[in-house]
Write a protein that binds this ligand. Structure first.
Ligand code: NAD
Ligand code: ZN
Length: 252
């Protein structure tokens, strides 16, 4: 470990110890070491697929089968993965009463599988489906991808869709309101593995900063958040977060 990272880790740990209400804000980068591809950056999903072709309501209207094929592929991929030491370190910090909430942009469910309890999923979950018919309201949790694609609603026969937020769609309002409340309570946010370009999600760390809070960022490279970060811990989430947890006296 470089001397400067060691020093920055010490600074970060002191800030966390002094803070009263710590939250975490995570993106695709925290799941990269579990084998879930990120959207942007090297090897990102968008090198192969264009978002406007897959993750939009228009794409689903045009070709639900194609959209479902992509989600089925991602569900199969995610089902084979495990939480990595980054997810586990955050779960331990929550267990120890240090981290109060995890606000995530991820849809993979890996935070919960690592043992995190207070997880706010801003962009929904790949492990939920819902009926496209607004007057039906059917929703379900699933453990595996649907066998038949596109799946149909057992209640009304309309199409089922993944319960995730697509480009151009609003965030689930109750989850968003809760996230804004958490950001309002927080005097420190640990931002992990996000490019910080997807709005309004990326507002969360900035809201903490706006009322005088501190941003500690973990990323392999600078992001949109970095200019606002008080401490930048350069490295992989699965390496840096366990070291940070250790500095806080926790065993991973
Ligand atoms: P992003 O793909 O835009 O950015 C990923 C970020 O993670 C980059 O800044 C990259 O430098 C960083 N990174 C890569 N590997 C890392 C590592 N090992 N440790 C630390 N940082 C690392 O992701 P985003 O900001 O979350 O925005 C993308 C959107 O895509 C989100 O809205 C989310 O819903 C969705 N998404 C989710 C998943 C998932 O659930 N796992 C995966 C891909 C995309
Ligand atoms: Zn229905």
């Amino acid at each position: 470990m470089s001397e400067s990272l060691e020093r920055e880790l010490d600074r970060a740990a002191k800030m966390i110890e002094r803070a009263e209400y710590v939250i975490a804000f995570t993106g695709a980068g925290i799941s990269a070491e579990s084998g879930v591809p990120t959207f942007r950056g090297k090897g990102g999903l968008w090198e192969k697929y264009k978002p406007e072709e897959i993750a939009t309501p228009e794409a689903f209207e045009r070709d639900p089968r194609r959209v479902w094929e992509w989600y089925k592929w991602r569900m199969e991929l995610i089902a084979k993965t495990k939480p990595n030491p980054g997810h586990i370190a955050l779960a331990r910090m929550e267990e120890a009463g240090i981290v109060k909430a995890i606000i995530t942009q991820n849809v993979d469910g890996l935070h919960q599988r690592a043992g995190s309890k207070n997880v706010l999923e801003l962009h929904g979950s790949i492990w939920r489906v819902r009926c496209v018919n607004p007057s039906c309201g059917y929703r379900a949790t699933v453990r595996e991808p649907p066998k038949e694609i596109p799946p149909r609603c057992p209640r009304c026969g309309s199409l089922l869709r993944p319960d995730v937020v697509w480009f151009g769609e609003p965030l689930p309002s109750r989850v968003w309101e809760q996230a804004v409340i958490e950001a309002g309570n927080a005097d420190l946010v640990i931002v992990v593995g996000t490019s910080g370009v997807v709005m309004p999600a990326a507002m969360i760390p900035l809201l903490v900063k706006q009322h005088g809070g501190v941003i500690i960022e973990v990323n392999v490279e600078p992001s949109n958040i970095t200019v606002s970060a008080d401490v930048f811990l350069k490295g992989k989430a699965g390496v840096v977060l366990p070291k940070l947890a250790e500095k806080l006296g926790l065993k991973i």
